[in-house]
Design a protein around this ligand. Structure first.
Ligand code: ZN
Length: 295
C-alpha cells in the first residue's frame, strides 16, 4: 500500500491506495502556513492516520504547493507554505516512519496522475495546467515527469502575455497568472460587473442562464488562457493539454473561447488540432499523483 499526500496552503489531502484502488481518504484544513512545527506535526499526523488503516506501507509520496529541488528532495521557497522553506521534508518523514518517502511539486503530481490514469492516459506527451490561487504547469513525457535542466520547467503562469500588463506576484508585469488565477478573474469580474466579487461560483449559474456579463467574463478569461495555450503548443507541441482547477466548472464557457484564441495564435496548421481536455481525477488528483512518484 502507498500513502499520497497533497499539502496545500488551504487543505491537506491524503489517500491510501492499494494497487490502483483508493481505500482511504482524508482532508483537513491546513493549520498554519508559516509555523514549521505546527505544519510538520500536522503532516506527520495525517500520515499516521492513514498508516493506521494499512497493513504495510511500501512508500509515501508528498506533493507540495510550491517549488522543490527534486534531486536534493528539499522544499525551496513556497509562497503559500513558507513554514516548509528549505526543509528536507522527505528525509524527515522517512526518518520518522522508516518508510521510503518522495516529495514533489504538487502540479507535477497532478500532471503525472492525469497522464497515467486521467484525461491524458492515452497520450505520450501531456502538458498539465492547474488554475487556482496561482497558475501551475508541468509536463509528462512517456509517463515520466519532465523537469528541465534546472528543475523549473513548466512555469507557464509567468510567461509574459501583455507587456506592461497587470502586476504579478512574482514581481514582473503582464504574466499570464494575474489574468487567469482566482484573484485575476475576480479583478476582471469587478471591471465587468462594476462591483466587488467575493466568490467565482455565482458565475457558473449566471452563464448557464445566459447572463451576458458572465459570458463576457469567461470569454475574456478564456482568451487569455488561449494565448497561454498557443504559446505552450508553439514551444513544446504536446499531444494534449489537460486543465484542472475549480474554474473549469465553467466548462465550455471558458474552453470554447480559449480554443478559438489558441487556434488563431498557433503557427503550425497541424498543431492547431492539439487536444485541450478537462482534468478527470478531481480534488484528490494531487494526492493520488503523489502515490505514483518514483525517485
Ligand atoms: Zn509572474
Amino acid at each position: 500500500m502507498i500513502i499520497g499526500l497533497d499539502v496545500g496552503g488551504t487543505n491537506i489531502k491524503g489517500v491510501l491506495i492499494n494497487g490502483r484502488k483508493v481505500i482511504a481518504k482524508i482532508k483537513v484544513a491546513t493549520k498554519s502556513r508559516t509555523d514549521k512545527k505546527i505544519l510538520v506535526n500536522q503532516i506527520l499526523s495525517c500520515i499516521d492516520g492513514l498508516k493506521n488503516k494499512a497493513s504495510k506501507i511500501e512508500k509515501i509520496g508528498i506533493g507540495i504547493a510550491g517549488p522543490i529541488d527534486f534531486k536534493k528532495q528539499t522544499v525551496l521557497n513556497p509562497p503559500n507554505l513558507i513554514a516548509l522553506r528549505g526543509l528536507k521534508l522527505g528525509k524527515l518523514v522517512q526518518d520518522k516512519f522508516g518508510i521510503k518517502t518522495i516529495i514533489e511539486h504538487d502540479v507535477n503530481c497532478f500532471v503525472l496522475v492525469e497522464a497515467i490514469l486521467g484525461a491524458g492516459k492515452n497520450y505520450k506527451s501531456v502538458f498539465g495546467i492547474t488554475l487556482g490561487t496561482g497558475v501551475g504547469g508541468g509536463m509528462v513525457i512517456d509517463k515520466k515527469i519532465y523537469r528541465g535542466a534546472h528543475g523549473s520547467s513548466g512555469e507557464v503562469g509567468h510567461m509574459t502575455i501583455e507587456k506592461n500588463g497587470r502586476q504579478c506576484k512574482c514581481g514582473n508585469k503582464g504574466c499570464l497568472e494575474p489574468y487567469i488565477c482566482d484573484t485575476g478573474i475576480k479583478q476582471t469580474a469587478k471591471q465587468i460587473f462594476k462591483k466587488q466579487i467575493d466568490s467565482l461560483r455565482i458565475f457558473d449559474d449566471l452563464a448557464k442562464k445566459g447572463d451576458k456579463r458572465a459570458i463576457k467574463l469567461y470569454e475574456t478569461v478564456g482568451k487569455y488562457l488561449g494565448i497561454g495555450l498557443a504559446n505552450i503548443v508553439d514551444t513544446i507541441n504536446p499531444e494534449v493539454i489537460v486543465i484542472g482547477g475549480g474554474i473549469m466548472r465553467a466548462g465550455k464557457f471558458i474552453l470554447n473561447p480559449a480554443k478559438k484564441e489558441m487556434k488563431k495564435n498557433i503557427l503550425s496548421q497541424s498543431a492547431k488540432k492539439t487536444k485541450i481536455l478537462k482534468s478527470k481525477l478531481g480534488k484528490f488528483a494531487g494526492a493520488i499523483g503523489a502515490t505514483l512518484l518514483t525517485l
